[in-house]
Design a binder for this molecule. Structure first.
Ligand code: ADP
Ligand code: MG
Length: 722
């Protein structure tokens, strides 16, 4: 480490947007390594927060070390030595000293520690103390380089920050750079309004940034961290509130006034009694649709909770009011499934597949004719496609169900007033907006089966009103779940399949081709299917389904399964979304450890849809030390409650997994954790919403607005679009 001879003595003030080079000639050699950590400007450096802290007062003196103790010590490197075994394997020993004693650090068969360390370096060492030839030793310790060789140590007080370091730039160097940056940046402007800061007793930004890097006390550090987390959450919620207000202020939507009794007839004709939750959700949707302000509602309900019925009642409100509705699903299979539901539930009230003529929809609906519907996917081609497009454009079609084929340019609607988007986290914001733009301010209903923990719902879906189906239809039995690891238990699982088939039931076997685009994975799944077909269930009727099949073929095989012409459906995860075969009572999941909790929950939701008892068997092929897999599968066996699983998922893996948050387009969180910082989320939300209520356009808070727009740069559309 070079002494800082080249460092300018003048204390030139810096703006946060300055490049790190501006910190002085000595900083220049770290520009590249810093860039690979995402640090390019002085501001980046100030927001490069410590990963952890070492409290000097809790550090053990080397003279007091005991054998077997887990300890952290701080000392200076005194000697570095590399020896070789007879087989020419290196043993590196680094000796450190802290004034009370010596400690040897040793690494076997690795030579890099010899290159990393220099005499005079100040290091913090953690590990388990053993003894070797009467001297205390730590093997393979965790070492942080706190300071360079002798020169210019940053005095850091009792608590030493450990910044995330990288190739070519140690935590010690970063600490010096941050220290210098803090000295040179005069005062960070505080974007949080003073009254909010005051009410929440938050330290000013400049102080918080200083204290998060160089806290004098634990309390300083805690307060600084809280303040910085609050910042992130406040701006996130400010964007959410800003958008929500804008959406709610709109009045150019369609105030639906059904001129027919389609909805009550639909409900009367259902082959079952709607649950209370379904009725409530239908009422909420109807009330929204009656208003001129466009609906923006999230319909959240676990798999099997009956969201489609709610969606269809909304579609009938649109059709019955003389407009059109569209349902967009993420896959062909699911779109086909919805379409069949449409046929079976609307048939009894006179619904028909697209009629050939194209007189206006109202006339015939009023005459007691049912709604006209059609399916549009990439598999719909030729004459039929033309007819569907023509029906949508002329208004002859009341309801169009489809995949993202719906947002293609060729698709035009005469008068689209309701857009239903199923499983929305699979679509990007852009597709949602594209479908919406097929109409003039249509109502939007988004359906998701992914249980969303409350804190997430308040942020990532915070601009939407929410209806929850928190009740399963009567007569459903919770699915029993077993995790299986031995060959004997595997045989028992196969016996169970046979036993259920003998009783007239059906089974699913899911093979882990998680990426359906990936030929290798699909081939592996096909091979497994072949093995099951020939070796395990040669006596049963087997159907196979995977993502690379042509839509028509998939459809035919699904139909065969539904019609009871196959006993076992072996498939890749294409069945994850939406397949409805109530007679299926067993599901075997191969390599269950490869799936995330949300996905396993979705899969399992495919069974347990009848009065018969159902069982889900998760084959766990993970290594015993794969703690994460164990916890995930354990949670699956413990509960069928989607919300509990969602919380568990959040806890196990952080918020980035349930949905693709990058796809959500919202600013990311560096410090705040939605799963843990629930109180902060609540406070930030309150303050942000109060501010927007008093100043919706942030006209009197121009800096705040600029900061919000800066943070939402990647999703500026989302802020301003409804
Ligand atoms: P989701 O989309 O929420 O997973 P679906 O709408 O696909 O659920 O409904 C799952 C199954 O339950 C379908 O077969 C549907 O016909 C049936 N169903 C829906 N509502 C009820 C109800 N209230 N009682 C009985 N069965 C219902
Ligand atoms: Mg569904």
């Amino acid at each position: 480490m070079p002494p800082d001879a080249s460092r300018p003595r003048v204390s030139g003030a810096l703006v946060p947007s300055a490049s790190v080079e501006a910190l002085g000639g000595w900083a220049r050699r770290y520009v590249k390594p810093l860039a690979s950590l995402g640090v390019e400007t002085v501001a980046d450096l100030l927001h490069h927060y410590p990963r952890r802290y070492i409290d000097r007062s809790k550090v053990t003196k080397m003279g007091d070390l005991r054998i077997g103790q887990e300890a952290t010590v701080i000392g200076t490197v005194r000697r570095i030595r590399t020896q070789y075994t007879r087989r020419r394997q290196p043993i590196v020993t680094v000796t450190v000293f802290d004034g009370t004693g010596y400690l040897d650090l040793s690494w076997f068969n690795q030579s890099w520690p010899a290159r990393r360390h220099r005499e005079g370096q100040e290091v913090a060492v953690s590990g388990k103390v053993s003894a070797f030839r009467g001297r205390p030793r730590v093997q393979n310790p965790a070492v942080e380089i706190l300071g360079g060789a002798g020169a210019d140590q940053v005095h850091t007080g009792r608590i030493v920050p450990v910044h995330p370091a990288g190739e070519g730039v140690s935590t010690g160097v970063i600490r010096r750079l941050v220290h210098e940056a803090l000295r040179r940046v005069p005062l960070l402007a505080d974007p949080i309004p003073e009254d909010v800061r005051h009410r929440r007793d938050l330290p000013p930004l400049h102080q918080a940034v200083r204290d998060v890097h160089f806290p004098e006390t634990d309390e300083d550090q805690v307060r600084a961290l809280e303040r910085l987390k609050f910042d992130e959450l406040f701006f996130l919620e400010l964007g959410v509130a800003f958008r929500k207000h804008r959406v709610e202020a709109e009045t150019d939507g369609v105030a639906h006034v059904p001129a027919t009794d389609l909805v009550p007839r639909f409900i009367d004709a259902l082959p079952f009694e709607p649950t209370r939750a379904q009725r409530r959700a239908m009422d909420e949707v109807a009330a929204d649709m009656a208003r001129a302000r466009p609906m923006n509602r999230l319909l959240q309900g676990d798999v099997g909770s009956g969201k489609t019925v709610v969606a269809l009642s909304a579609c009938l409100i649109a059709a019955g009011s003389g407009h059109q509705a569209a349902i967009m699903a993420p896959t062909e299979v699911l779109a086909g499934q919805h379409f069949r539901t449409v046929e079976s539930l609307l048939g009894p009230i006179g619904g028909r597949r697209l009629r050939p003529t194209n007189d206006g929809p109202q006339a015939s609906l009023l005459e007691g004719d049912g709604p006209h519907y059609a399916l549009l996917t990439s598999a719909v081609t030729g004459k039929e496609r033309e007819r569907v497009l023509e029906g949508a454009a002329s208004g002859g079609l009341d309801l169009l169900v489809g995949t993202h084929a719906l947002v293609q340019e060729a698709v035009e609607f005469a008068d689209l007033s309701l857009v239903v988007v199923d499983e929305q986290h699979r679509f990007g914001l852009h597709q949602r907006i594209a479908l919406k733009e097929k109409g003039a301010s249509p109502d939007v209903l988004i359906m998701t089966a992914t249980p969303i923990p409350r804190t997430l719902a308040l942020t990532y879906y915070g601009d939407l009103d929410v209806s929850v189906l928190d009740e399963l239809p009567a007569g459903r039995r919770p699915v029993r779940t077993r995790v299986v690891r031995t060959a004997a238990d595997r045989r028992k699982a196969y016996d169970l399949v046979r036993e259920q088939v003998r009783q007239g039931r059906q089974a699913f076997v899911v093979c882990a081709a998680i990426d359906e685009e990936n030929r290798l994975e699909v081939r592996a799944a096909e091979k497994e299917a072949e093995r099951l077909r020939t070796e395990v269930f040669p006596d049963l009727r087997i159907a196979l389904l995977h993502g690379r099949m042509r839509p028509k073929e998939k459809e035919a095989r699904m139909e065969a399964v539904r019609a009871g012409q196959a006993d076992v459906l072996i498939s890749t995860t294409v069945i994850e979304v939406g397949v409805d075969v109530p007679n299926a009572t067993v599901m075997l999941v191969e390599n269950a450890e490869r799936f995330g909790l949300a996905q396993l929950h979705q899969l399992r939701g495919r069974i347990g849809r009848s009065e018969h008892e159902s069982t889900c068997v998760l084959f766990d092929e993970s290594a015993p030390e794969n703690e994460d897999a164990r916890q995930r599968l354990g949670a699956m066996a413990r509960t069928t409650d989607g919300f509990e699983l969602a919380d568990e998922d959040l806890r196990l893996r952080g918020e980035g997994t349930l949905f693709d948050i990058r796809q959500s387009g919202l600013p990311d969180l560096r410090l705040a954790r939605l799963a843990e910082d629930t109180d902060l989320v609540r406070r930030a939300r309150e303050d942000a919403f109060a501010l927007i209520a008093s100043d919706p356009e942030l006209a009197g808070h121009s800096e705040l607005r600029a900061e919000m727009e800066r943070r939402f740069a990647d999703s500026i559309d989302w802020l301003f679009h409804s």
